[in-house]
Design a protein around this ligand. Structure first.
Ligand SMILES: Nc1ncnc2c1ncn2[C@@H]1O[C@H](COP(=O)(O)OP(=O)(O)OP(=O)(O)O)[C@@H](O)[C@H]1O
Ligand SMILES: [Mg+2]
Length: 520
């Protein structure tokens, strides 16, 4: 007899339907699995055989052939186990004919027949809903995540016996219910108010959040770079429902979904500087998203940027440029979205005190030059805002009043974002945030008056700003104007944007402090 069960294979975020076709006949016991299964799927035979004993089925004297179609997609992972087991039971006549149609089945089996959680349930179910599958059976441990997908009935089970009972009509499986989630909630343990002094850093965070500009902090040890960067996520707009699903889909593939089943806050990822290129941008077998994709729609924070391997930083270039990561293999091509707001932090020199009035720097110009060269180059091209921080003073720490809280700053960020999306809605530009404005769009929405354009020309000459820095200044100036609610980009906005271009000046480091960019 034969039976067919629907399941899915996942490559990157792309889920493809897979038919599990099972044929059984009596004969000398054998269990063949075809259709490009990887080792992990071939092992499925052992798990399925053992699990089926718990529903009273022994595969002695049965010739079982399982075909995973289409055969040209490589299948890996344990998520096919349950579909294969149910397919066999269908082929053996233990599940009535015609009951299996329209139901997508996912789950890994333990030897006892228990159904274990699998990765990537959310992206698979979104695809299944789009393909018109009426319902899906998922592991109970994945039920919360699965229930956030609309347009498909989600049933969950934790043992193969329950799935059989469902199909034989003995006992229907429970519908998965989504736990309540709240997208308007922010981390309560971090607030921008805790950052004392450091007005330049606070302002840079606000401008970066408002226009989605990538950001770099340079400063001495202990000045609050890490502290300030960690608070960036608290001033970004809340995730929309669609964004939350998109982010959760990526986290689901990495197997890091919260208990509520939905990532409700913008992710903040801060990989250590020893991170490998694969862990940073994705890869492995099966392909998993890297930190840059796990930070999608949130922040990717690289602390101690100069200490990262050059190969890792090089690997980041393409994702930061394109907003996606594509990992090519002989037979597969996995794509993950990767649109984080990038934040870097670094010391100005190996000892950390170059340009600091309170301490003298012990590094030779050559060492500083070599250290700085690790920060420059193509990655820097993609960082719109680069600012220097000074050591925080005792007066700032003890006497200054707490800074403005995150909630107040976020209000301004939201207003500036609304202005930007208004320009997209009116079809004036393509990008929804200023950081993504192309050269033509920048010219269109950041036209300068005579004073502003004069100022920028002088800055280009006097600070030796490179040509590529020119558009960045305009984009940042546009955001500063948006934060002020100003339609025109004025010379004051340009002046502030120029101050945020620390490392784009050409030439070797002088003994001039790195942040001392004289007003142009
Ligand atoms: N501006 C500030 N306001 C309040 N506390 C601060 C400030 N700057 C630093 N601190 C205190 O100092 C600690 C160290 O700061 P942080 O780790 O952010 O420094 P850093 O600039 O990242 O240093 P490093 O270069 O060593 O990484 C913080 O946890 C905080 O307690
Ligand atoms: Mg730090």
């Amino acid at each position: 007899m034969q039976a067919t069960v629907l399941t899915y294979s996942l490559v990157g975020l792309d889920a493809q339907p897979v038919s599990v076709e099972v044929d059984s006949s009596r004969g000398i016991a054998s269990f063949n699995l075809v259709g490009l299964p990887e080792a992990s799927v071939r092992e499925s035979r052992v798990r399925v055989r053992a699990a089926l004993i718990h529903v009273g089925v022994e595969l002695d004297e049965q010739v079982i052939t399982v075909n995973l179609a289409p055969a040209d997609i490589k299948k890996s992972g344990g998520s096919y186990d349950l579909a294969i087991a149910i397919g066999i039971l269908g082929a053996l006549g233990r599940i009535p004919e015609g009951k299996l149609g329209g139901t997508a089945i996912l789950g890994e089996l333990s030897l006892s027949g228990a159904i274990k959680r699998v990765r990537g349930v959310l992206p698979v179910l979104r695809a299944a809903a789009n393909h018109g599958a009426a319902r899906a059976i998922v592991p109970l441990d994945n039920a919360a995540e699965a229930a956030h997908v609309s347009g498909i009935d989600i049933l969950s089970a934790d043992h193969v016996v329950d799935v059989v009972a469902h199909f034989t009509g003995e006992r229907a499986l429970a519908r998965a219910k989504a736990p309540p989630t709240d997208l308007s909630r922010f981390r309560s343990d971090l607030d921008l108010a805790e950052v004392r002094g450091q007005h330049a850093a606070r302002r840079a965070l606000e401008v970066a959040a408002a226009g989605a500009h990538n950001l770099l902090f340079i400063g001495p040890p202990g000045c609050g770079k890490t502290m300030a960067a960690r608070r960036l996520a608290t001033i970004l707009p809340p995730l929309t429902e669609e964004e939350a699903l998109e982010v959760t889909a990526i986290h689901s593939i990495a197997g890091v979904v919260p208990g509520s089943g939905l990532v409700t806050m913008r992710p903040f990822r801060a990989p250590h500087h020893t991170v490998s290129p694969v862990a940073l941008v994705g890869g492995g077998e099966p392909v998993r998203p890297g930190e840059v994709s796990l930070a999608h729609r949130g922040c990717l924070f690289l602390d101690e940027l100069a200490e990262f391997r050059r190969s890792a930083l090089e690997a980041l270039r393409q994702p930061l440029e394109d907003g996606t990561v594509t990992i090519c293999r002989a037979r597969t091509r996995a794509t993950f979205p990767a649109k984080p707001l990038f934040v870097g932090a670094a010391n100005p020199c190996p000892c950390g005190f170059f340009g600091e009035p309170s301490r003298s720097c012990e590094c030779s110009p050559e060492r500083i030059q070599s250290y700085r060269s690790r920060l420059s180059g193509p990655l820097l091209d993609r960082i719109d805002i680069q600012i220097a921080l000074r050591q925080v003073t005792i007066a700032d720490l003890t006497r200054s009043a707490p800074g403005e809280p995150s909630a107040a700053v976020r209000e301004r960020v939201l207003a500036a974002r609304a202005i930007q999306s208004g320009r997209t809605t009116r079809n004036e530009v393509h990008a929804t945030v200023n950081a993504a404005l192309g050269p033509r769009d920048v010219a269109k929405v950041a036209t300068l008056d005579a004073a502003g354009s004069n100022l920028l020309s002088r800055a280009v000459e006097r600070l030796a700003l490179s040509a590529r820095a020119y558009d960045k200044v305009l984009r940042v100036a546009r955001t500063i104007a948006d934060l002020e609610g100003s339609t025109a980009v004025k010379s004051a906005h340009v002046a502030e944007a120029i101050q945020m271009r620390l490392l784009d000046r050409r030439g070797p480091p002088s003994k001039r402090p790195p942040g001392a960019v004289a007003a142009a």
